[in-house]
Design a protein around this ligand. Structure first.
Ligand code: PLP
Length: 434
């Protein structure tokens, strides 16, 4: 060439220097040195071929790395428990507990005596303390597992009496009747889609009855000419009542008057309540079982219980969640709408200072994820052109909003306040109109 420039191949950074680069070093700690090395080699080759400048090698290597999976996202959908976004976000206390439990722990050991102890006693004690009307409690892998265990231990080769109006599909093809039938229990359907009476249940009860099942229709509402039988009336029929309340609310919440809670359901006479840990309780994925000492003991002793057992990370997160119920889910549910409006307007003003004119509009947030159907929470949102949706979703961090009537709405209700700056940066990273 003879133009006096040094051969670029000589300026390609060395592998060890690249692996010492902080961002690539951090990536190596995350996904392993070998995978980072492979990306580094590729980027060096591209520089040697002249496709990129030697200075661009670190960035090219980083860009070629597989993204972390799963990726953290900002939930600006206004849906508190979004199934596709992992339902409840853990509290800081629960996250710290998970980290602490990641190594060896005393999950099944009494450090005082040096003897074996009841697995997960912190979480179980905290759950029992949170719901004093439960004589005993147990925890399994998720709400579905709680139902499977109850059906298997209490009604295999027997009948489960359930209203036709409560044979629900939870989502993604998960149908409760199929799940129950898979245990070998027989479903004895009573009543009709819209109306079931006490007499319907009473007529179905016989020597083969295992239990009466009451299921909270957690993702739809039936209105009009309807009637359902409350747990209180079923409890008089002389057979155990198992109530699947769904969302994991432990005590009543004035914002959700129609959402059943564990304490009230047990006081109404349910022998067993099943619920999820990662819905309104705001904890880790888990299935909660609360009820009489006799029934819970039968569940705990059943061989299937071992297969549905939760791991130490779940137990740690659950204990921490119960210890400090100020979870992100609860905070998002109880947000003061006026404060949320102020916060959204401050973000709008900051974006306006950067030359983005964006409107703040009233919005409606929902619980989602199988809880409080029909409850609309007054909320506020930034309203952006729809084209922002894909750009924000594929950005870093991904920001998920809700598209409605040709606009992308970003509701900050479920976004931690400290992340507002990230939302702002994400919006600014999308090319503006002009
Ligand atoms: C969510 C839900 C379930 C399933 O719980 P998972 O924790 O998702 O397994 C079962 N029943 C009801 C009523 C629910 O709302």
């Amino acid at each position: 060439m003879g133009d006096g420039r040094a051969d670029p191949r000589r300026r390609v950074p060395r592998t060890d220097a690249l692996l010492a680069e902080p961002r690539l070093g951090a990536a190596a700690a995350r996904i392993g040195r070998d995978r980072v090395k492979a990306a580094v080699r590729q980027a060096q080759d591209r520089a040697r071929r002249g496709e990129i400048d030697p200075e661009e090698v670190p960035d090219a290597a980083l860009a070629a790395l597989p993204p972390a999976a799963p990726r953290a996202v900002l939930n600006a959908t206004g849906v508190l428990l979004h199934t596709n976004l992992g339902r409840a976000a853990l509290s800081d206390a629960a996250v710290a507990a998970v980290v602490a439990a990641a190594g060896h722990t005393d999950v099944e050991l009494d450090l005082g005596t040096g003897r074996r102890a009841r697995r997960g006693r912190d979480a179980l004690d905290a759950l029992a303390a949170a719901v004093p009307s439960a004589e005993a409690v147990h925890v399994v892998n998720n709400g579905a597992a709680a139902l499977v265990l109850a059906a298997t231990a209490l009604a295999a080769d027997a009948e489960i009496v359930v209203s036709r109006g409560e044979l629900v599909e939870i989502g993604d093809g998960f149908r409760l009747p199929d799940l129950l039938a898979s245990t070998g229990a027989r479903l004895r359907e009573v009543g009709t889609t819209n109306r079931t009476t006490v007499a319907d249940y009473a007529a179905a009860i016989g020597p083969r009855t295992g239990f009466l099942l009451k299921v909270h229709p957690s993702n739809f509402r039936v209105t009009g000419f309807t009637s359902a039988v409350p747990v209180r009336r079923l409890a008089d029929l002389g057979v155990p009542v198992v109530a699947d309340i769904g969302s994991g609310l432990l005590a009543p919440d004035p914002l959700l008057p129609d959402e059943p809670d564990a304490a009230s359901t047990l006081r109404a006479g349910a022998a067993l309540v099943t619920a999820s840990g990662d819905k309104l309780l705001g904890g880790p994925q888990a299935g909660l079982l609360l009820g009489t000492a006799e029934l819970v003991e039968r569940l705990r002793r059943h061989p299937l219980a071992r297969a549905l057992r939760v791991d130490k990370l779940t137990l740690a997160a659950l204990a921490a969640t119960l210890g400090d119920p100020a979870t992100p889910t609860r905070t998002a549910l109880h947000v003061d709408a006026a404060a949320l409006r102020g916060r959204t307007e401050r973000l709008r003003d900051a974006l306006a200072a950067d030359g983005r004119k964006i409107e703040v509009v009233p919005a409606v947030a929902v619980v989602g994820g199988g809880g409080a159907p029909g409850v609309e929470l007054d909320s506020w949102a930034l309203s952006l052109p729809e084209r922002y949706a894909a750009a924000l979703r594929t950005g870093d961090p991904p920001v998920l909003g809700r598209v409605a009537r040709g606009r992308l709405l970003l509701d900050l209700r479920c976004v931690p306040e400290h992340a507002d700056a990230e939302v702002r940066a994400a919006v600014l990273a999308v090319p503006g109109d002009d």
